[in-house]
Ligand binder design. Structure first.
Ligand code: LLP
Length: 438
């Protein structure tokens, strides 16, 4: 749980050299705290294990956590960026992210999003389906340009924590299945279209994966397909993007693998296949998100209502919930937490942490042992850097939390807390309401 976190002489949790109790006081709660050194270290780990070791390009999946400061850090660390919407693309552009290092994903990019991507000259558009291929070709034609693309394929490898199975993947909203021939038709069509420049193929087998054999298997299936394309069309894919997905530690039972192991397993699978087929190994690209941003984030909450239902359960409510972290409600995700203002006290009481949204499913943690809690304590939930802020919402018209970046004892606000004015910012009161019946 504690990672680079420590506690100071006041027995307060410290992140990046900052006292989290002070952070909570100064910036309010809920508060997303991003450990800049850890975020950078996670980027560097990828850079070292993939780029330096194998020449692999590493693309940070900005869907996990994106804002101007984060995009800038990713750029400084030498990684590229995976964006999946006009909004993520716009954020990257405003952060002056070099567009040639941006990959644009998505299963239903709108014509406007595709135009924006071409105007920004993004490095690659990851084409998901045949409709998009034709649409992009037409839009690129209007702009008298060629769109550099890779095709998102579905390799028929489904990843699970402890096994991999090879089924079902034809039935997915993402990508073109290899198995039923859709992938090959898309390759052929891409090669025909005059405003499309096919650079390679892509797959992504899932997220929060611990079983590295699934990756090796996907890499092999994709390399087999590279060879099949070569034999059938004479086209040799230059790029092979193998997606993201490396799992991280959230709670007991999670056994993350190291980035180095991941790199070695992926790259040896690709290289072995290239040698077997006697073809040059394509340039490999990976798109990690969670394993970079996830561990670097902690959310601070203030504890409010405490309700002990004798013999049943003690509900401890915090001032946020599914609105800032929808993952427990959506996926039954498990998290660990500690009391930031009394870090080293014995955990002796079993409680459940409730969010404040009007929904029984808004429980952040079921059954966790903590020191005896009182109202006003600060609860820190760890590993909330990925898919928390990025999936946050205004349910119940709750303003979204602020985010601070901490490093070497300094804290900087990188996302402002929303206020009630933000809540009604886009509301429009019509001139006339249809109340004629009253
Ligand atoms: N590349 C592609 C094409 C993806 O679809 C994803 C994640 C990634 C890369 C990054 O994967 P990562 O390294 O973060 O596992 N909201 C869910 C996770 C959705 C995953 C979406 N795709 C959650 O909170 O667990």
């Amino acid at each position: 749980l504690l990672g680079t976190m420590r506690f100071n002489d006041k027995r307060h949790l410290e992140i990046g050299g900052c006292d989290t109790v002070e952070l909570a006081k100064k910036y309010g709660t809920p508060l997303y705290v991003i450990d800049e050194a850890l975020f950078r270290q996670n980027c560097q780990n990828y850079y070292r294990s993939f780029t330096e070791e194998y020449g692999t390009e590493v693309i940070y999946a900005s869907k996990t956590l994106s804002n101007l400061a984060i995009c800038t850090i990713v750029e400084q660390e030498g990684l590229g960026l995976d964006v999946v919407s006009g909004g993520e693309l716009f954020t990257a552009a405003k952060a002056r992210f070099p567009m040639e290092r941006v990959y644009f994903h998505g299963n239903n990019k709108s014509p406007d999003e595709l135009r924006l991507a071409l105007d920004y000259k993004v490095g690659r558009i990851v084409v998901d389906n045949l409709y998009e291929l034709e649409l992009l070709n037409a839009i690129a034609g209007e702009k008298d340009t060629k769109a550099s693309i890779i095709l998102r394929l579905s390799p028929g490898v489904e990843a699970h924590t402890h096994e991999y199975i090879k089924t079902g993947q034809i039935d997915s909203k993402f990508g073109l299945a290899i198995e039923n021939g859709m992938a090959m038709s898309a390759v052929m069509r891409s090669l025909e279209l005059s405003n499309i420049l096919l650079k390679g193929i892509h797959c992504h087998i899932g997220s929060q994966i611990f079983e590295l054999a699934s990756y090796a298997h996907a890499a092999e299936v994709m390399m087999n397909f590279v060879q099949k394309i070569f034999q059938e069309t004479g086209y040799l894919a230059e790029e092979l993007n193998l997606g993201g997905g490396l799992g991280i530690y959230y709670s007991e039972g999670d056994y993350p693998r190291s980035v180095k192991e991941y790199a070695d397993i992926l790259m040896s699978a690709v290289r072995a296949k290239a040698a077997e087929f006697d073809i040059p190994a394509p340039k490999v690209i990976v798109e990690p998100g969670r394993s970079i941003s996830g561990p670097s984030g902690t959310t601070l909450y203030r504890i409010g209502a405490i309700k002990d239902i004798p013999g049943i359960r003690k509900y401890v409510s915090v001032d946020g919930g599914m609105s800032d972290n929808p993952r427990p409600a959506l996926y039954k995700s498990k998290y660990e937490a500690c009391l930031a203002n009394r870090v080293n006290e014995e955990p002796i009481e079993q409680v459940s942490i409730a969010g404040k949204c009007c929904e029984s499913g808004d429980m952040l943690i079921w059954d966790i042992k903590l020191p005896v809690i009182t109202t006003g304590d600060i609860l820190a939930i760890s590993c909330t850097g990925a898919y928390n802020y990025s999936m946050s919402m205004n349910y119940n018209r709750l303003p979204r939390p602020a985010m601070v970046l901490v490093c070497e004892g300094k804290a900087d606000l990188i996302v402002k807390r929303e206020d009630y004015a933000d809540i009604i910012r886009n509301d429009v009161m019509p001139q006339r309401l249809c109340n004629s019946r009253i």
